[in-house]
Design a protein around this ligand. Structure first.
Ligand code: SF4
Ligand code: SF4
Length: 228
């Protein structure tokens, strides 16, 4: 079971990440980001409209019913043609969806439109994997869509460390070094220069704990068509 609470990046952040690209394909999610009203159908339509007004070309949009399950791959394949015509995929799902899509299309850059605030996943019954620590300042746009904060045992945002060995992690030799995965993805994109950019130390207190997002009652009533 997934619970991903997300918040849309500012228009300035999104336009900065999309600056090198002209043709954009937008992906929304029918589950958690629909619930949070950050990446459902209405938000995807609004995002497409505002990007078109900013001079971008939208090659298509799609809603994945559940961006974090195995059917995502099939859903993406159904839109393969429109996706092939895009320079970049703008992902309005949680960070799990961004990373699923980043690894599905190794030759396509992905840009997250949202920050994931808190998330956890049950990989198989009784086994839980942390795939995002909900840092509140998502760096996936700088790391090929693969998270070093959750995936690196040392949480390095400027990696790899000196212990990486033949693509494996020095802390757990059975596990891929996440910075090798990031390197491979950036190499496939022809964007290895991004590895040279220094990332500032992370602020781990962007979202006060315990995390809470509350949609004001007036806003809910307005969108639902009911009176407050
Ligand atoms: S950088 Fe990693 S930990 Fe932070 S929001 Fe993005 S995926 Fe989650
Ligand atoms: S080997 Fe890679 S994943 Fe492991 S601690 Fe070093 S940089 Fe992080």
């Amino acid at each position: 079971m997934i619970r991903s609470i997300t918040r849309q990046k500012t228009p300035e952040e999104i336009s900065g990440l999309l600056e090198p690209f002209t043709k954009i394909f937008i992906v929304g999610c029918g589950t958690c980001t629909t619930m949070a009203r950050t990446g459902g159908q209405p938000e995807v339509v609004r995002m497409a409209k505002s990007l078109q007004e900013a001079g971008k070309e939208i090659t298509g949009t799609m809603m994945i019913p559940v961006a974090c399950d195995e059917l995502t791959h099939e859903a993406l394949e159904e839109n393969k043609q429109a996706i092939a015509g895009a320079d970049v995929l703008l992902i309005m799902t949680c960070a799990f969806g961004v990373q699923t899509i980043a690894l599905h299309f190794m030759d396509k850059p992905v840009v997250p439109a949202l920050d994931t605030l808190f998330i956890g996943k049950e990989k198989q019954p009784g086994t839980f994997d942390e795939i995002c620590i909900q840092c509140g300042e998502c760096v996936l746009g700088e790391t090929g869509g693969i998270c070093p904060v959750a995936g690196c045992h040392k949480g390095l945002v400027n990696g790899p460390c000196g212990g990486t060995d033949k693509g494996k992690c020095e802390v757990d030799a059975k596990k891929d070094c996440v910075w090798t995965l990031i390197y491979n993805k950036l190499e496939a994109l022809g964007s290895l220069d991004v590895m040279r950019r220094y990332q500032d130390p992370k602020n781990y207190h962007v979202e006060p704990q315990p995390g809470k997002v509350l949609i004001p009652f007036e806003e809910r009533s307005e969108e639902d068509g009911t009176q407050p």
